[in-house]
Design a protein around this ligand. Structure first.
Ligand code: FAD
Length: 491
């Protein structure tokens, strides 16, 4: 492959962050080439027929609260490039052994009403965050910096600094509200007694009142395809099937951005990075992995409470105490008998994913880093507990363990899906503590993956902020395209 002129930027990897970085660079007028190891763009946003013909599964990400609300994605005309968000009636259902499932509805009032005696406490906890949710998200989904909306961020930070367990016990008295909060905080992949896990609980909870957590029509791959299509429209180029192994094998360019793990950045860049910086990258903590099951089903999951079918995501794991125990055990290297699960029911919202009358779904549980234990039975037992007869609905299943995840995408080291542990020590200092976490000691090289702030999830914000850093180096101004109003998002 030859390139007539030197490029401004090469982006290694086409996950949502790599594509976001490339788009941000191209919008500022830079010439950009994206190199992707796989045959298809997308990284964690690809879809594939993993089970039977006619069933389309999300290989990684499925439900996208951060995608629909991403401050950067909201600036882009992704709808014109094929992205359609499909919103469920509820973001979350959280079934319990006793009584109805707890539901996170877009309406604060409807959600609060389902929490009994904790209705008022819930309104007081979440309501203030909804005064300027887009402003708050712009500050939360960013590196450490002087915030644009300091009061909102302070309000969020004062509560979010607690552990999820502590905040839930301080604020709520009942099982239902505590369980709902624990289910959202469980996305942190940390023991829920860890400081700052309340921030994840709050973030996931309040986003559910801004937008019902959506899926993308046609599979999560539609997100990557829309970004890639827009990038091409802006003049950017993409080459797939090109695994970058060495820096000196790249076409000439002024900067290179890595949508990779810190380990790969270090290996590929080699001597182009100083030994001290590489030693710090080697100390990066990736954290626990996941074990995932995808199913082709001959009907909807037979939840004991059918309201669970209204939600894109079902948090399965019972009470706050149970989820705390399960995540603590997992983080200590064990495999709890009753794991906390994140269950997604894509075809309930997007019927194009399965043949008529059939359904798709997936669930994953957190497991110790690099675990090789098959968790299929533990996962299906947990679902049976709240949906008796579930196993009878399974036509086919596809299991992915941490080793398979890492083979699929080397960014998922040991099966870790969110770019590395997001505790207080590593959330804003990923991959290492630096004033500009995206830049490296080599002025040509940048990291733009989920191993930079603000971390995991499909929002493209790591790529966007890394691109701003690279644009400064290129002497280009970031595109100052206005953010559309919340009432009229472009995507
Ligand atoms: C099972 C699972 C479920 C998830 N569920 C959700 C969810 O529901 N919602 C959500 O928001 N997030 C979810 N996530 C997390 C989300 O997918 C990631 O945080 C996100 O994809 C990270 O984006 P990224 O661009 O940083 O990296 P990635 O998406 O990992 O993309 C990196 C890309 O770089 C390529 N690459 C790597 N090395 C090289 C190389 N040497 N040369 C060329 N190319 C290379 C890879 O092939 C890949 O395409 C989930 C992840 C997993 C695994």
């Amino acid at each position: 492959m030859s390139f007539e002129n030197d490029l401004d930027a090469i982006v290694v990897g086409s996950g949502p962050n790599g594509l976001a970085a490339a788009v941000a660079l191209a919008r500022a007028g830079a010439s950009v080439l994206v190199l992707e190891a796989a045959e298809e763009v997308g990284g964690g946003t690809r879809s594939a027929p993993l089970t039977e013909p006619g069933f389309l599964h999300d290989v990684c990400s499925a439900v996208h609260p951060m995608g629909i609300l991403s401050p950067f994605f909201r600036q882009l005309p992704l709808a014109e490039h094929g992205l359609e968000w499909l919103r469920p009636l509820a973001s979350v259902a959280h079934p319990l052994d006793e009584g109805d499932a707890v539901m996170l509805y877009p309406s604060l009032e409807s959600t609060a009403l389902g929490l009994g005696a904790d209705a008022r406490a819930y309104r007081r906890l979440v309501g203030p965050l909804l005064r300027d949710p887009h402003g708050l998200l712009a500050d939360v989904l960013a590196p450490l910096r002087v915030p644009d909306h300091p009061l909102q961020l302070l309000r969020f930070g004062m509560r979010g600094a607690f552990s999820a367990n502590r905040l839930a016990r301080l604020v709520f008295r009942g099982t239902r509200a505590r369980a709902l909060f624990a289910g959202s905080a469980g996305h942190a992949i940390l023991p829920l007694t860890t400081p700052l896990t309340a921030a994840l609980g709050l973030l996931f909870t309040f986003t559910g009142h801004v937008e019902a957590w959506p899926v993308a029509r046609g599979g999560s791959q539609s997100i990557a395809r829309a970004l890639a299509s827009y990038l091409t429209h802006l003049g950017g180029r993409i080459e797939t099937g090109w695994r970058v192994e060495r820096l000196d094998a790249l076409p000439p360019s002024r900067v290179v951005l890595f949508d990779t793990s810190p380990e790969q950045l270090s290996r590929i860049a080699g001597d182009a990075l100083p030994p001290g910086y590489r030693r710090r990258l080697a100390r990066y903590r990736y954290g626990p992995g996941v074990f995932k099951l995808d199913w082709a089903l001959d009907g909807p999951i037979p939840w004991r409470d059918p309201a669970c079918l209204e939600a894109s995501t079902v948090h399965v794991g019972g009470t706050l105490e149970e989820i705390c125990r399960s995540e603590r055990e997992m983080f200590r290297g064990r495999h709890p008998e009753r794991p906390y699960l994140i269950v997604c029911q894509q075809s309930q919202i997007d019927p194009s994913r399965a043949p008529e009358g059939r359904q798709t779904g997936y669930a994953y549980c957190h497991v110790p880093h690099g675990s090789t234990l098959d968790r299929s039975d533990a996962i299906e037992d947990q679902i049976e507990r709240f949906a008796p007869g579930f196993r009878d609905r399974i036509l086919a299943r596809h299991a992915t363990d941490p080793r398979a995840l890492e083979r699929y995408n080397p960014n998922y080291k040991g099966g870790a899906i969110t770019g590395g542990v997001a505790d207080a020590l590593q959330l804003f200092t990923r991959p290492v503590a630096r004033l500009d976490p995206y830049a490296t000691p080599n002025p040509r090289l940048f990291l733009c993956s989920a191993s930079t702030p603000p971390g995991g999830g499909v929002h493209g914000q790591c790529g966007y902020w890394a691109a701003r850093s690279a644009l400064r180096r290129l002497g280009l101004e970031p595109d100052a395209a206005p953010t559309p109003s919340p009432e009229r998002p472009l995507c």
